[in-house]
Design a protein around this ligand. Structure first.
Ligand code: CP3
Length: 340
């Protein structure tokens, strides 16, 4: 039994006594406690692939920041790896893939991943559920097919992801074949996370904002919809960063919660998305560089814009690594203390 189920109730549209809060990228470099464990372990992947350490850093923000949910420490890139494209996390530069997808035969060679291919994260979830002992819900996650596709084609991060976008225009059939394989893998993986104890899952479409609306509908939204339709065990959140142009369609997905980034006006989003979804977000992470009074003021403004129900407080994207954890805690406390 969960002692704090505010986030799950908010996701389902049930009444809450106060607005719950968690932060994207809360488990990670903002916390000195994470950096310590990370230094001991060596690389990022070693941490991800060790259920004991992943469990430890997953729980750190619950202990040190007081958030209303934990998110399992892993990465969206475990899926390309499970399908046959291993990645490296290069210090200060980000993800890097030695092999990328270029042709039909590259796509044929990829397997549809099973949850068991990401055993370490599944085990980390079982262990974390046990260690959390019902204090807060545990969030599982995966990348959205389009965002995973972009890394598999591009082989690294990119400002424009123009190779991935080029592939959509020049090889649309192959693009769909690859997106289908990613979608099936993602459904298997999320189902495995839920079976291991994830109380809620989030789909991160980090590169949604670089597609045109037509491309987004054809190559991204369609596959997110398939995932949402396949998952009915726990509440599901879709966070499509920058996808302001499809908010109406996001509102029609078979999911509970839509994440908003800080560019999206709250009132306008509510109208476009409709009354039947919970909204998550959307403080600009850079507010947390400001003076304390500004953080409190902006957090309260945000809470009032969303209103008392059907809101899960969060940032509009992940917390930046150089933000002072004390400022992050001030944001969390401000939300937890606020009453309408
Ligand atoms: O706290 C949490 O949110 C849980 C853990 C988590 C990580 N990555 C750990 C991580 C989650 C949910 C992710 C998702 C993820 N990973 C996304 C989607 C969310 C987003 O930010 O848009 C994306 C695009 C990735 C891919 C990725 N992983 C990149 C581009 C990078 C390098 C840039 C960066 O932020 O460092 C990573 C590395 C990564 N993933 C770190 C962490 C804690 C930093 C690694 C380290 O140096 O310790």
């Amino acid at each position: 039994m969960l002692k704090n189920d505010l986030i799950l109730r908010a996701a389902r549209g049930e009444k809450v006594e106060r607005t719950p809060i968690w932060l994207m990228r809360q488990a990670g470099r903002i916390l000195p406690e994470y950096r310590e464990v990370r230094a001991k372990m060596g690389g990022f992947k070693e941490l991800v692939e060790s259920p004991e350490f992943a469990c430890e850093v997953t729980i750190q923000p619950v202990d040190h920041l007081g958030v209303d949910a934990a998110i399992i420490f892993s990465d969206i890139l475990v899926i390309p790896e499970a399908m046959g494209l291993p990645y490296e996390m290069v210090e200060k530069r980000g993800p890097w893939f030695e092999k990328t997808i270029q042709s039909a035969s590259d796509i044929e060679r990829l397997k549809v991943a099973e949850a068991d291919d990401v055993r370490y994260t599944i085990d980390a979830i079982s262990l974390t559920k046990k260690e959390l002992d019902g204090r807060v819900p545990l969030i599982g996650f995966a990348g959205a097919p389009w965002t995973i596709f972009s890394y598999m084609i591009e082989g690294s991060g990119s400002k424009t992801f123009s190779k991935a976008k080029k592939f959509l225009y020049t090889e649309p059939k192959l693009a769909h074949q690859l997106l289908e394989k990613i979608t099936k893998s993602t459904i298997n993986y999320l189902k495995g996370q839920i079976a291991a104890g994830a109380d809620m899952v989030q789909i991160f479409d980090s590169w949604a904002g670089i597609l045109s609306p037509d491309q987004y509908r054809e190559f991204a939204l369609k596959y997110i919809a398939q995932i949402c339709d396949a998952i009915d065990e726990v509440p599901i959140t879709v966070f499509a960063k920058g996808a302001y142009f499809v908010r109406k369609e996001l509102g029609e997905l078979n999911c509970n919660t839509i994440g908003l980034d800080w560019n999206m006006d709250v009132a306008e989003s509510r109208v476009l998305i409709g009354p039947s979804k919970t909204l998550q977000g959307n403080l600009d992470p850079c507010v947390l560089y400001a003076e304390d009074e500004v953080i409190v003021e902006k957090a309260q403004e945000m809470l009032k814009a969303f209103g008392p129900q059907r809101h899960i407080a969060n940032l509009g994207h992940g917390v930046y690594p150089d933000i002072d954890p004390r400022k992050v805690k001030l944001f969390v406390d401000t939300v937890k203390e606020f009453r309408f």
